[in-house]
Design a protein around this ligand. Structure first.
Ligand SMILES: [Ca+2]
Ligand SMILES: [Ca+2]
Length: 476
């Protein structure tokens, strides 16, 4: 009997007795993966470059009512530090005049406020590109920053041009609110125009290229006019304790991992961090940040899979639209002894705050003095099909760190996105290779095996991999 069969037999016996499955045996000798010297010299992509499901870069348009609640400006500081991760197709300002009292920006128009931040980004650009060559120039961003107010069609035209272009990739649209004093959404106006000019068929073709990670400001286009949006992830609702979900972002993340906004953002991190306002109703409110944190390619998330979990938490179908792919933040996770919606975000809060800290360091520090996230590589397909009781080996020994940092590996079962109905312990004793015997099932089930890799840099940075394992019953 080989080792796998022996394990299988032992496991089956154990599982029958306890109803729990456990397994994991480390195979390969532990290695301490570090980047090659060539890799260390380069700007490595910080995403998930080898997974079979690695998606192309996402196209993103943001629409913001900056100039009202200063939390849009908080979110914009963070957003601009992630523009290396996507192709930013546009930034649309929807508020013509800043709101006196609440908003203290020296610029008094929505467009002026956004441009001021992009100009500050431009001052950091020379430093940022030393950390990731994919950062666009400030000029490229300014070219695509337009107004959607005063009856101007710049925002409408930008959206239509992005959708109509030859690029086959969908466009993710992120509306950050249209609070009082703001004009309506340019996307709503674009859809009105397309429907009027192109009829039902042209409208359907157009809409098919849209994805929403967004507040809903699109009226009938969301609710009644067919076809529905192909995918809408609503990062603002439903309510929790009689407040909308996005209000939890502050409580869960503001000090996660020891984050200190004065030390890590406002002081000694360059002109962009200095524009992060503090006068919001909640500390570091950032009510709009989850719209794009949902899209940060961490290796764990897949934007077309809202139920999988992300740096913006995990999402489930909106009951009101049960026939559509419309999701919101109604899912609880079991974590650290509690079952709560907060956990879907809280379990990653320190990771995403540390990542923000590192990028602020990138604004002012050379490559060798700042930290960069591990590059997680799992050999083979990110989807596996295995029969009950068979062995499954997952090998992440090719994982590297651009700084040569020591890496910690943690394999775990993300139970909620899967269908396997019982606890499944996965323990590889911190090794980069996992062998598990998949549990016995009576019907086909899915198990989401996650790998979390953290480095020992300052601050510690984390990336992930996910392997979705389909377990089939024995026989056949
Ligand atoms: Ca807003
Ligand atoms: Ca590192």
């Amino acid at each position: 009997m080989n080792t796998s069969n022996a394990l299988s037999t032992m496991q089956n016996r154990l599982s029958r007795q306890t109803g729990l499955f456990l397994v994991a045996v480390t195979l390969a000798a532990a290695v301490d993966p570090v980047g090659t010297s060539a890799e260390r010299r380069q700007n490595l992509p910080t995403t998930n470059p080898t997974g079979s499901e690695t998606a192309p870069r996402l196209r993103v348009i943001v629409e913001t009512d900056a100039g009202g609640d200063p939390d849009d400006e908080q979110s914009l500081v963070r957003f601009l530090l992630y523009v290396n991760e996507w192709d930013v197709e546009g930034i649309i300002a929807t508020r013509p005049v800043a709101r006196d009292g609440e908003n203290r920006n020296t610029e008094r128009t929505g467009l002026g406020i956004i441009r001021r931040q992009i100009n500050a980004y431009g001052e950091c650009y020379g430093s940022l590109v030393r950390h990731d060559a994919r950062y666009p120039t400030a000029a490229q961003l300014l070219d695509r920053t337009v107004v959607g107010y005063d009856g101007k069609d710049d925002g409408v035209s930008l959206i239509i041009k992005a959708i109509d272009g030859a690029d086959p990739r969908p466009v993710w649209f992120l509306n950050w609110g249209t609070d009082r004093g703001s004009s309506g959404s340019s996307l709503k106006r674009a859809l009105d125009k397309v429907l009027a000019e192109r009829g039902a068929t042209g409208y359907a073709t157009f809409k098919q290229k849209l994805r929403l990670s967004s507040a809903d400001k699109f009226d009938d286009h969301t609710t009644t006019i067919a076809p529905p949006f192909p995918l809408w992830v609503e990062t603002f609702r439903p309510e929790l304790d009689r407040k909308r979900w996005y209000h939890r972002f502050s409580e869960i993340t503001a000090t996660a991992g020891g984050f200190d906004v004065k030390r890590d953002v406002l002081t000694g991190h360059g002109p962009l961090g200095e524009l992060y306002p503090l006068n919001t109703t909640h500390p570091q409110k950032e009510g709009d940040s989850m719209t794009f944190l949902y899209l940060v390619p961490t290796g764990m998330n897949s934007p077309e899979q809202p139920t999988w979990g992300s740096w913006a938490g995990r999402y489930g179908l909106q009951p009101e639209f049960s026939d559509r792919q419309y999701y919101w933040a109604n899912q609880p996770d079991t974590w650290n002894g509690t079952i709560h919606r907060d956990n879907t975000l809280r379990r990653f809060a320190a990771d995403l705050q540390n990542d923000f800290r590192a990028r602020l360091d990138w604004c002012v520090k050379p490559f060798a003095q700042a930290n960069h996230p591990p590059v997680v590589r799992v050999a083979g397909d990110r989807r596996r099909t295995v029969k009950s009781g068979e062995a499954l080996t997952l090998d992440a020994t090719a994982t590297t760190d651009p700084d040569g940092d020591k890496l910690t590996f943690h394999w775990w079962n993300y139970q909620e996105p899967g269908t396997f109905p019982r606890e499944l312990r996965v323990d590889s004793a911190g090794k980069p290779t996992l062998q598990m015997i998949v549990p016995e099932v009576d019907s086909t089930q899915t198990i989401h095996v996650l790998l979390t890799v953290s480095d020992d840099g300052e601050p510690s940075l984390t990336r992930y991999a996910r392997v979705v394992v389909t377990v089939e019953p024995p026989g056949d």
